[in-house]
Design a protein around this ligand. Sequence first.
Ligand SMILES: Cc1cc2nc3c(=O)[nH]c(=O)nc-3n(C[C@H](O)[C@H](O)[C@H](O)COP(=O)(O)O)c2cc1C
Length: 117
Amino acid sequence: MHIYIVFAHPSRRSFTGDVLAEFCRGLEDGGHSYEIGDLYEMDFRTDMSLDEYNREMNVHGNRPELPIPSDVEAEHAKIEKADGLVFIFPVWWSDCPAKLKGWFDRVFVYCCGLIMV
Ligand SMILES: Cc1cc2nc3c(=O)[nH]c(=O)nc-3n(C[C@H](O)[C@H](O)[C@H](O)COP(=O)(O)O)c2cc1C
């Protein structure tokens, strides 16, 4: 299997970073391949723009003809290539870090009558 790992922690030298390292080691031991999307390292933009919002939803309905930003398309390509999607993140105030929340907001887009991905 090929796994896309979305990693959302500012430091690899952390407990969450250790979880990532061990998870990757397990995948390697099992003969699997993987790609890591380190959201902080990528400086992934987490704020949804007005155009992105209008594409997904507005008072007149969504407008799927509006373009999807290239950084979001790059995430879609990584997901398409993968058999499995894994999220590794710390619990911050009983939720995921804002960095990951913004990834969900922007990457899970309306597509062909369905929610991508
Ligand atoms: C901003 C912030 C908020 C946190 N909120 C929670 C929380 O709501 N519940 C919890 O159990 N731990 C919380 N923690 C503790 C982290 O989940 C904990 O540090 C976790 O083991 C991750 O460790 P790491 O940063 O070394 O990867 C919080 C830590 C930070 C920095």
